[in-house]
Design a protein around this ligand. Structure first.
Ligand code: C2E
Ligand code: MG
Ligand code: MG
Ligand code: MG
Length: 276
């Protein structure tokens, strides 16, 4: 009986492996179609200057308006997009759409000051010079910032070339999820970044309960950033206590559900007007 049950389990296991593989193939095909059919959307989450509680701009976050499954977040498709290389054309679409939106906002005096940051995949930094979707062949409007996570920052000559060239052109770079990689300090020093975004895992435990390691980390990042003339954004602020804590630690900018969840461009613009 045990043997038969074991065998059944194996069959079930193989079936589920097969289902997962099939699901990936399906997702890949659907992603290609979605890109062709214009099913991607951008949502915008406010970046706040804490002291006056002012909206200085937005982070653009990609969404997939799936015909059957509804609005999907990046967790549902980014991994497949990365693995199949579809992230490169998808990322190019995100950049074009965010740039278009930013230029539209810039025609409105009440919104003209806003920045928009776009998340990049490491793969986008490695497109060969002159290739389709080469970042250096694109023009970015004033106010467009680029976010890159330390862990996706591959230390290849192409990636370095692209980052340095973007920096020389004056495109501000933000180091996203700062502190979650193995070599955060090295990354902050080696790459030409203007802003550190402190990962929400450091913010979540604030305010500390006596054992104040997390406050110490945030304070250190703020000090580091000041010495390197960088700005700091605290990510993932969910409570007024957390906002107060990071502000007391010297953090000037913040983002999180406390202020607003990511929303479409119209809702975002209304938020910016209400928090000018
Ligand atoms: P990220 O760049 O660190 O973006 C912040 C994520 O945290 C967003 O999730 C946002 O909705 C969420 N978040 C914001 N405030 C809070 C908060 O107070 N509490 C909690 N629990 N979460 C908060 P989202 O939109 O699901 O995006 C997840 C990740 O997907 C992003 O993390 C980014 O790495 C990636 N991503 C999103 N859009 C793009 C894109 O256009 N291109 C690329 N390459 N990656 C993207
Ligand atoms: Mg980001
Ligand atoms: Mg982040
Ligand atoms: Mg993240």
């Amino acid at each position: 009986v045990a043997k038969r049950r074991g065998k059944n389990r194996t069959v079930l296991f193989e079936q589920s492996m097969h289902d997962q593989a099939q699901e990936r193939v399906d997702t890949e095909r659907q992603l290609r179609d979605a890109l062709r059919d214009g099913q991607f959307r951008l949502h915008y989450q406010p970046i706040m200057e804490l002291a006056p509680g002012r909206c200085v701009g937005f982070e653009a976050l990609v969404r997939w308006q799936h015909p059957a499954r509804g609005l999907l977040g990046p967790g549902a498709f980014l991994e497949v997009a990365e693995r199949t290389g579809l992230i490169v054309p998808l990322g190019a679409w995100v950049l074009r759409e965010a740039s278009r939106q930013l230029l539209e906002w810039q025609t409105d005096p009440q919104l003209a000051h806003l920045l928009v940051s776009v998340n990049l995949s490491g793969q986008q930094l490695q497109v060969e010079a002159g290739g389709e979707h080469d970042l250096l062949a694109m023009t970015f409007p004033e106010g467009l910032h680029l976010e890159i996570t330390e862990t996706s920052l591959v230390d290849t000559p192409e990636a370095m070339r692209t980052m340095r060239a973007l920096h020389r052109r004056g495109v501000p770079l933000m180091l996203d999820d700062f502190g979650t990689g193995f070599a955060s300090l090295a990354a902050a020093q080696r790459f030409p970044v203007d802003t550190l975004k402190i990962d929400r895992s450091f913010v979540a435990p604030l305010p500390g309960d006596g054992d104040d390691r997390h406050s110490a980390i945030v304070a250190s990042v703020v000090t580091l950033a000041r010495h390197m003339s960088m700005r700091v954004v605290a990510e993932g602020i969910e409570t007024p206590e957390q906002a107060r804590a990071v502000q007391d630690l010297g953090c000037r900018f913040a983002q999180g559900f406390l202020f607003a969840r990511p929303a479409d461009a119209e809702v975002a613009a209304a938020f910016a007007r209400a928090h000018a």
